[in-house]
Ligand binder design. Structure first.
Ligand SMILES: [Zn+2]
Length: 502
């Protein structure tokens, strides 16, 4: 009985559907009447031409979406950084179905580790050897290599089980040590989880990124899989971001190399889709030579902003750069419309009329959570994907829009009042955060919020409203606590701290 079940399971996994499956390259080449060039095959190259080089380079980020699972019995290299140069020093990287390299800096034994990330650089002239002192691993499972078979290079690779989905491949400037600077390679998934690949050292401390960028999709050869099939797959590359900004572009084009290498049998097309470039890899065919190089016109996508209104308030929701958050954004907009008048009523002051319109923008590149300025709330798309029930965050940010305080007030109190609205009024049932004697009312956010809640319970309601009015008028001073409660803020905190269990 047991054996039967085992055979059944084996059967299921052995015949799991391979959505990338195509006839072998040899069969497809024969059918198309073409000859296969030697491996590796760059099935498509994309070039973005910038308006100008980017000075004081600190980061490169490119989003990559793979539309199906690519089994690691193919050798597929998806490179969102096909060639890049900083101060003339060349590097590249991306994700592969089969990383390989030396298991340690001391070892010269080649090991194969399946799916992973890769980051490589060449020596300044590509002929002077570059040693492994240019490589820093971040974990025991990192692989390294430094060799000269493709020009003298040093490289770090690390296993990473990528699947179908969206990832952001990043290079970030790290520490400068003497004359050299480390650059760190990471892969961020669509929920914002960051995975480190490793670091490489570059000569210099201030870098200029050249005036272009490239990406490619490659079918390569390894000693483990010398003759890989060509997987049917669509790979989408986003608009390159440098130093956190989309780079202004002059033009974008695709190129399918057939001479001058690395040459490929023709099996891919690149299409512009909104701001992205989509590489569609499929069967081998004979390309019209006039289409070996062609332009890609990006940005034709029209941006649509959805407007959610009541008689008291309006929210303008922009999820164009995070289309998967359209529903969430709509709910957040509705929440803002409902809570705008409530927050305005909670935080009144003489002569003040609350704004009635807020813009919500979901930022695909933003780290952190959210911020509000000038009637606009910017929310990290990655944060929302990982915390899809955090509606209180929206109420907190909306409170900043209603606060409309001039600069200069104490930040801890501004944040404390925003969280006072959030937890006392929007989430009254939510458990209060545990605060210890090591805390301070200046800790901001929830600590300050529950301190305000306690002060109002002990010394009468209205303190938060008075502090709000003073902050908004630019007249906040610490004596306000004593004027309204009979005790200084430090005395109040000391009383509050007596209620803590530790
Ligand atoms: Zn805040």
């Amino acid at each position: 009985m047991k054996a039967l079940i085992f055979i059944g399971m084996l059967g299921a996994s052995a015949f799991a559907e391979d959505l990338c499956k195509q006839p072998s390259p040899e069969e497809m080449a024969k059918d198309a009447g073409v000859k296969l060039p030697p491996s590796p095959w760059h099935v498509a190259n994309i070039w973005w031409d910038f308006e100008k080089p980017v000075e004081h380079f600190t980061s490169l980020e490119v989003d990559v979406t793979i539309d199906r699972d690519v089994p690691s019995d193919y050798n597929l290299y998806i490179s969102p950084c096909g060639i890049a140069k900083i101060n003339g020093l060349q590097f590249y990287g991306g994700i592969q179905t089969n990383i390989n390299g030396w298991a340690t800096k001391e070892s010269r034994e080649r090991v194969h580790r399946g799916k992973g990330g890769i980051f490589s650089r060449w020596s300044s002239d590509k002929t002077t050897p570059i040693g492994l002192d240019h490589v820093r691993t971040v974990a025991e499972d990192c692989l390294v290599e430094s060799a000269g078979y493709e020009g003298e290079f040093a490289s770090v690779r690390r296993p990473y089980a990528w699947t179908k989905g969206t990832y952001t491949w990043c290079i970030t400037k790290g520490a400068t040590e003497g004359e050299n600077t480390w650059f760190n390679c990471t892969i961020r998934d669509s929920k914002g989880a960051v995975y480190e690949v490793g670091s490489l050292r570059f000569e210099g401390s201030d870098f200029t990124f050249w005036e272009k960028h490239s990406a490619f999709v490659e079918v390569y050869s390894t000693s483990k899989i010398p003759n890989s099939g060509i997987p049917k797959v669509n790979v989408t590359f986003g608009w390159p971001r440098l130093n956190g900004q989309k780079v202004p572009l002059k033009k974008v084009h695709a190129y399918y190399p057939d001479k001058g290498g690395p040459d490929s049998p023709d099996c891919a097309w690149v299409k512009a889709e909104g701001e992205n470039c989509v590489v569609e890899v499929g069967p081998i065919f004979k390309r019209d030579e006039a289409k070996r190089r062609h332009d890609l016109v990006l940005g034709s996508k029209t941006r649509s902003v959805s407007k959610i209104s009541s008689k008291d308030a309006t929210a303008l929701v922009d999820t164009n750069d995070a289309a998967d958050l359209k529903d969430w954004g709509g709910k957040a907009g509705t929440l803002c419309v409902v809570w705008f008048p409530k927050i305005a009523a909670l935080l009144p002051s003489e002569g003040f009329t609350s704004p009635k319109e807020v813009a919500l923008y979901f930022d695909p590149a933003m780290k952190g959570v959210a911020h509000a300025a000038n009637g606009k709330i910017t929310i990290s798309a990655a944060f929302v994907r990982a915390h899809s029930d955090d509606w209180g965050m929206v109420v907190h940010e909306l409170t900043h829009v209603v606060q409309a305080y001039p600069a200069g007030g104490p930040g801890w109190l501004v944040e404390g009042i925003a969280d006072w609205v959030r937890i006392v009024h929007f989430e009254p049932q939510a458990p209060r955060p545990k605060v210890t004697r090591l805390a301070s009312y200046k800790d901001a956010y929830k600590t300050t919020a529950i301190f305000l809640e306690w002060c109002e319970k002990e010394h009468g309601a209205g303190l938060a409203v008075k502090l709000n009015a003073a902050l908004r008028a630019g007249k906040y001073h610490e004596e306000l606590w004593q004027l309204n409660t009979g005790k200084t803020v430090d005395e109040l905190w000391a009383d509050f701290a007596k209620t803590f269990s530790n």
